[in-house]
Design a binder for this molecule. Sequence first.
Ligand code: FAD
Ligand code: 2HG
Ligand code: ZN
Length: 483
Amino acid sequence: LQRDSKFSQLTQDHVKYFQELLGSESAVIDGVSKDASEDIEPFNADWMRKYRGHSQLVLKPKSTEEVSKILKYCNDNLLAVVPQGGNTGLVGGSVPVFDEVVINMQRMNNIRSFDEVSGILVADAGVILEVADNFLAEKNHIFPLDLGAKGSCHIGGNVATNAGGLRLLRYGSLHGNVLGIEAVLPDGTIMDDLCTLRKNNTGYDLKQLFIGGEGTIGIITAVSILTPQRSQAMNVAYFGLESYEKCQEAFRAAKGHLSEVLSAFELMDGRTQKLLHKATGKKLPLEDEHPFYCLIETSGSNTDHDSEKLQNFLEHVMETEIVSDGVLAQDQTQIKELWACREGIPEILGHWGGVYKYDLSLPIADMYALVNDVRDRLTEAGLVGDDESHPVVDVVGYGHMGDANLHLNIPTRRFDKEVEKQLEPFVYEWVQGKSGSISAEHGLGIAKKAFIGYSRSETMVKLMKQIKNLYDPNGIMNPYKYI
Ligand code: FAD
Ligand code: 2HG
Ligand code: ZN
């Protein structure tokens, strides 16, 4: 990959323009002028420390008008840009590839309005997900998305990646929950579609292009989102199971017995739990080891009603031996502890050095077979082992079983060409063979860009390129990524 020579190099004049526009506290500069007050490195490296760019300028606008002026100037001067939220994305989309200007949204962090009757929240793109959810908790509402990175990711970043997360099963995708978007196009046009209506069938629904657009056609500056009532009764159970078949039976039973109160059904293989224990020393919830684990959450409005349902479900799965063992959280602390066994996985898998991540949609019956096939393949190639001479620590699978979304992760001691050769295109071909998706929820970024053809036809990619060219004719928005 080479830097596109059509883009300008950053000069002192450019920097001066931005400093005058934003004030010096809203720019992090390195290399171009000597007055760097903040380290630029964290803005250049992604969460996994797998991708690193060489931007010399990070801009932190405080208003939509500032974003508009920045983009107009960049477009007029052919300066490439990278929109950046909390920088927790997992496909290298939020960091520059070369010297693109980073536009970081952290200073646009106001809640604009909340309607207690409709439950519609309007907020700036840079509001941290957990902050938004805590605000909503006080109003007895809940953000319809939750994920392990909630403490740092922005709601604008969530929308830009169309993040799925832990409760999509219950609340649905952001394509349904986001009612309106305010965004700035590369030429500085402010697209004010911050609609707060539940229904609006007046022409093409253009905001949908920004949901999952990964910053390639404009910068989201605010979102309007429908938030459900927060459930008063919450229960979390953690089960050990003897096979993947039993996990599928448990999922069917959960849907049957818990129906409308089921709010999450997560899968973890025994290997993830062992590695969690190894990396953190944390005691696991069940005494014995099991090949598979499931975490089930219910949330409803009536404790007695939910408890009765849950009791029936528990009796059923224990009596029929669908699950081998289980534990039900007794209080908030235990709920958090059980969730940590699932939410803590992505972080600990980076503990050994590197990790290869595949985020896949597959028919539910086939999901775990891929993990076994990849493990066999890497083992046969002599790459898996307990000591430094083997690059691969293990091959593990977990994910949002309720959404048929598998996270295949390969924690390694280092990023290794031999391992990569065994994984790609093998994984993508396998997924294509099952008509799955090579990116269920994390997006394309730079990591998956070259592989879009495994999940989308030439016609679809051509139509996407037309959209990109229409919105961003100079190609300044997040170049080298997506399509
Ligand atoms: P960033 O990482 O900063 O950016 C992501 C992409 O969006 C980039 O392409 C960037 O250019 C673009 N972007 C950011 N902000 C804007 C904006 N305002 N306008 C336009 N483009 C923008 N994802 C899931 O789907 N489900 C999960 O369960 C999940 N769990 C995670 C757990 C952990 C521990 C981590 C580290 C990540 C997880 N993710 C998950 C990945 C997920 O995509 C991100 O956490 C989150 O959605 C990204 O938000 P962010 O603000 O960090 O965006
Ligand atoms: C999760 O569900 C995230 O925990 C991250 O989507 C998955 O790291 C991964 O592969
Ligand atoms: Zn996930």
